[in-house]
Structure formats: C-alpha cells, structure tokens
Design a protein around this ligand. Structure first.
Ligand code: UD1
Length: 345
C-alpha cells in the first residue's frame, strides 16, 4: 500500500528529525522541508542510517509563500503537515524580536493559507508549555484548560500568536482544516542509535545539552540557576520528556487527524510525562545513569525563568492513546551516548 505523505517542516531539526524516524516506522512517508538555518544535511544521513532509506528532502524556507505553493502544486498527495520550522531561542528572541515574529508567524500563515487551498487537510503545530507561564499552584500539574498567561519573551509570544491564528481560522467556520496544537514540555535525549540528536549552536542555553557538554569537558562547570526557589531542593522544576516519546506523539496526532470525519477542528494536547524534576535532580540522574561526575556551582537565578511547571498529560494519554514512558536512566544514557558520538569520545 502506498504510504500516506506527511510534510514535516523543520524536519532536519532536533524534534523534527526524531519525528521523521517515527513517522517512517509507523508507515507514513515523511517529506522534509527545512531551510537548514539551524540544522545540516548530516541529519538526513543520520535518519537514513536508522530507517535504511534516504529521506525525501527539499531545502525550502516556509516564509517563502511561492515556494510553499509550488511544493504543494508539484506534490498533490500531501494532506498532512507537521510544522516544526521556527526559531526557538528565548534570549535571542528578546534581542531580535522582529526576526522572530517574521519567521515564526509568516511561516505558519503561509502553511495555513497554502493548505486551505489544498482542500481538506490537517496541520500539527509545535507549541510549548511556555503558553501557561507560571501556573498558580492550584493549576499544577498543568492541564490544557489552565488559564494562559502573557508570554515573557517574543519567542513565547509567537507560540501564543500562532495558536491564536489557528483558533481564529477555525472560528471563521469555513476552514477545511483539522488542526492539533501540541504543547511540549522540555524535550531531552537523543535517538538510542546516537545517529540523531540535539545540536545546539554555540553555548547551550538548555539544561541537558549544557550538562552533556560539561561532562564532555567542553564547559568547565554547570551553573544551576538558583537554589532559593520555593521548591523542595530550591532549584526550578520542569517536566523533561524523552524526544523519541515526543516524536511518537506526533504520529498519534497524525493518526487521529487521518481518521477524523468532521472538518474545521482544533485540539490542544500537553506533551509531558506528568513528573516534575528539579535541576539538581536532573543533574543527579544524569550522573547516576552514566556513572559520571559533572562539576557544578549554584549561580544566581536566570531572568524570566519559571519556578515550576509540569504537565498533566492525561488528555494526550486518553485521546491520543499515547504515553511518555521511557525510563529516566535510558533518557540520560541516550543524551550522553549522543554527546560522545559527536565529540568522538
Ligand atoms: C525554555 C523556555 C521555553 C522554551 C524552551 C526552548 C523559558 C521560561 N522557557 O525552557 O519556553 O520552549 O526553553 O528550548 O525561558 N538551567 C540551569 N543551568 C543551565 C541551563 C538551564 O540551571 O545552564 C535550568 C533553568 O534555570 C531551568 C531548567 O534548567 O530551570 C530548564 O531550562 P531550559 O532547558 O533552558 O528550559 P526552560 O527554561 O524550561
């Protein structure tokens, strides 16, 4: 049987590449478009090593509407898209807001517009738990109907604005699209094969890449940003989700959209484990799983950090029939295996 095609924008990126692998394993035909602004062609080789097939790829910028339209005109078979392509560095977005607004908003607008032209089709959008800000204690763990809070950064605002674009499109009552917005908590780890993983540019801003680079000797020590928060050990709490589990949730979302009969729907799902871990616990789990010592110091709080947030993933568990269940030590091992591979250790 012919594989159902799924467009994956940003498919050469961190979460995108892992999702391409899972789509292929589930019997779909992923079609990657990526402008390679934060990824490289090596990722495609990594995907090929895992799946045994060279992925369909086109270098394309989603902010170019003519190129997008042209893609759909050439490939009439595409009815589903997963939209990863976006800038995602919080600090950079504060420094260069216009670049973030243009890239993240225009690429989504183009995709929605072009897919509406295709007739009945569906979009999975990469959103973030950042839309919840710091939930009040009674809303923890946070579920999809917790109140949203104004985002702290232009990056976060683009996620909220993109969700509003989807919402208003559906509210118009004349959309032929079905859409799912997936709110990711903190994706971590790498494919167990270590052929694909996260490749941060410059000094990593996210916790686990900083930990693995410190373990590899690239950084002197980890700074734990704050130990005076109102949490059991004083460091911030997040919900760390294994990137392969996250990737599988996208397959479950596409399965759901594929079998949907009504048109003009939009659903939100939290993608997390339901387990909150502090920064110090993450560090400890990483060291234990890999029998390593990672030097660290307690540093001042990072501006704009949320004290604690973790997911209530029960909606995704029930409706998508999906669960993030990879044990923590496997996740930590995968992160280290990947770091060792890319540093030739
Ligand atoms: C951040 C964004 C989130 C975005 C994500 C994208 C905020 C509040 N959230 O998530 O919207 O989707 O990045 O990548 O900006 N930490 C250290 N030392 C480090 C690095 C991090 O202690 O060197 C701590 C942080 O203070 C935080 C935790 O580790 O408590 C996780 O940080 P990070 O990986 O940057 O993710 P978020 O801040 O949760």
């Amino acid at each position: 049987m012919e594989r159902v095609k799924v467009l994956v924008t940003g498919g050469a990126g961190y979460i995108g590449s892992h999702t391409v692998v899972e789509l292929y394993a589930a019997g779909y035909q992923p079609v990657i478009v990526d402008n390679l602004s934060n990824s490289s062609l090596d990722v495609l080789e990594g995907i090929e090593k895992i799946t045994g097939v060279s992925p369909l790829f086109e270098k394309l910028d989603c902010t170019d509407i003519d190129a997008m339209r042209n893609l759909f005109q050439r490939d009439k078979g595409i009815r589903h898209a997963i939209h990863f392509a976006a800038y995602k560095a919080v600090g950079e977005s504060v420094e260069h807001p216009l670049i973030y607004y243009r890239n993240n908003l225009v690429s989504l607008l183009n995709l929605v517009e072009v897919m509406e032209e295709q007739g009945p089709s569906s979009i999975v959008f990469s959103s973030s738990c950042t839309v919840y800000g710091q939930p009040d204690p009674e809303f923890l763990p946070v579920s999809e109907d917790a109140p949203l809070q104004p985002a702290q950064s232009p990056y976060g605002k683009t996620k909220q604005m993109c969700e509003s674009i989807l919402e208003d499109t559906i509210k118009s009552g004349n959309s032929k699209l079905n859409m799912i917005s997936l709110r990711y908590f903190n994706p971590v780890g790498a494919h167990p094969s270590a052929h694909i993983g996260e490749l941060p540019r410059g000094v990593p801003q996210n916790l686990l890449p900083f930990v693995t680079q410190t373990a590899a000797g690239l950084r002197k020590e980890l700074s734990v940003f704050g130990n005076d928060y109102n949490t059991p050990d004083g460091s911030c709490i997040r919900d760390y989700i294994y990137v392969c589990d996250l990737a599988k949730a996208h397959v479950a979302a596409i399965d759901r959209l594929q079998s949907m009969h009504e048109r003009g729907t939009l659903e939100y799902f939290n993608l997390g484990t339901g387990r909150g871990l502090s920064v110090l616990e993450v560090l400890d789990e990483f060291m234990k799983a890999n029998s390593l010592e990672v030097p660290f110091k307690i540093a001042p709080r990072r501006k704009g950090d949320i004290e604690q947030v973790w997911a209530d993933p029960s909606k995704a568990n029930q409706v998508l029939g999906w669960k993030a269940d990879t044990p923590l030590d496997q996740i930590m091992k995968s992160a280290w295996r990947w770091e060792k591979r890319i540093r030739n250790l």
